[in-house]
Design a protein around this ligand. Structure first.
Ligand code: NAD
Length: 259
């Protein structure tokens, strides 16, 4: 229970990967503030955290808006006094189509949440952490930042998150603040399951490109996040940890006739 009594902020903690990370932190006996635009789902995660015996706080905050992030930070500091852990998880995506068919509006929409959001939250909470000379930030990037896929806005923005992670890690290396990223592969979230159910995606096609032939669960990303937040990772900063069941190792294996 290395994270006992630590105070964590999880952006987009109402659902999916963020919810799994928030509850995993609570299982490690951290107190967890959930910042989300969806108040209802954030409250559901908060109820789970309370059931685990930990304190929680829900802030309705759009991470792409600096005044909203300022307000959520003030509320969190007022409630807990300080912040030890920031999980920059809130993110949105867009249809997987050619750039020629992708509406231009996604350029602003996705970069606002997935990059600007990480920047604004890291800048605001990072200031508190640097002031206390203590803190850990984990940014949720994506394996699409490392392997080209038909996501012409989302993937380059997730690559930018990796570079921002390295820049902040270097900037704050002597200031007691570690900054790392996780690059999740295909995660079996309710969203992906819904796509399978509606016939929009084929699980067998996806699995044929995953060397371990298994889907990763949100709790697997939470396990990696807990490790990066822990003292066991005390000399790890500026890295991006793929949790992708081997997806980024696939390379040209099939071209040699191997399955
Ligand atoms: P999700 O859609 O299930 O949940 C996202 C959460 O973020 C929701 O609670 C939503 O309300 C919240 N949110 C959205 N916009 C927000 C904003 N502007 N401010 C605050 N909260 C906001 O998503 P997920 O699949 O759990 O993905 C979480 C993160 O993991 C994202 O950054 C995503 O890009 C990344 N990721 C997901 C997968 C995957 O397979 N699901 C793979 C790689 C990376």
């Amino acid at each position: 229970m290395e994270l006992k009594e630590k105070v964590a902020v999880v952006t987009g903690g109402g659902m999916g990967i963020g919810q799994a990370i928030a509850t995993a932190l609570a299982k490690e006996q951290a107190h967890v503030a959930i910042w989300d635009i969806n108040l209802e789902s954030a409250k559901e995660t908060a109820a789970e955290i309370e059931n685990l015996g930990q304190e929680t706080l829900v802030c309705e905050a759009d991470v792409s808006k600096a005044p909203a992030v300022d307000s959520a930070t003030d509320q969190t500091l007022e409630r807990f006094g300080h912040i030890d852990i920031l999980i920059n998880n809130a993110g949105i995506t867009h249809p997987a189509v050619s750039i020629l068919d992708l509406e231009l509006e996604f350029l602003d929409k996705v970069s606002d949440v997935d990059l600007k959001g990480v920047y604004i939250c890291s800048r605001r909470i990072g200031k508190e952490m640097v002031g206390r000379k203590s803190g850990v930030i984990v940014n949720i990037s994506s394996i699409t930042a490392l392997v080209p896929v038909p996501l012409a806005v989302y993937a380059p923005i997730k690559s930018a998150v990796i570079m921002l992670t390295r820049i902040l890690a270097r900037d704050w290396a002597q200031k007691g603040v570690r900054v790392n990223a996780i690059a999740p592969g295909y995660i079996l979230t309710p969203l992906l399951q819904g796509m399978f159910d509606k016939g929009l995606r084929n699980p067998d096609t996806i699995l044929s490109h995953i060397p371990m032939k298994k889907f990763i669960m949100p709790s697997d990303i939470a396990d990696a996040a807990i490790f990066l937040c822990s003292e066991k990772a005390r000399f790890i900063t500026g890295v991006t940890l793929p949790v992708d069941a081997g997806f980024s190792c696939e390379g040209g294996w099939k071209a040699y006739g191997y399955e």
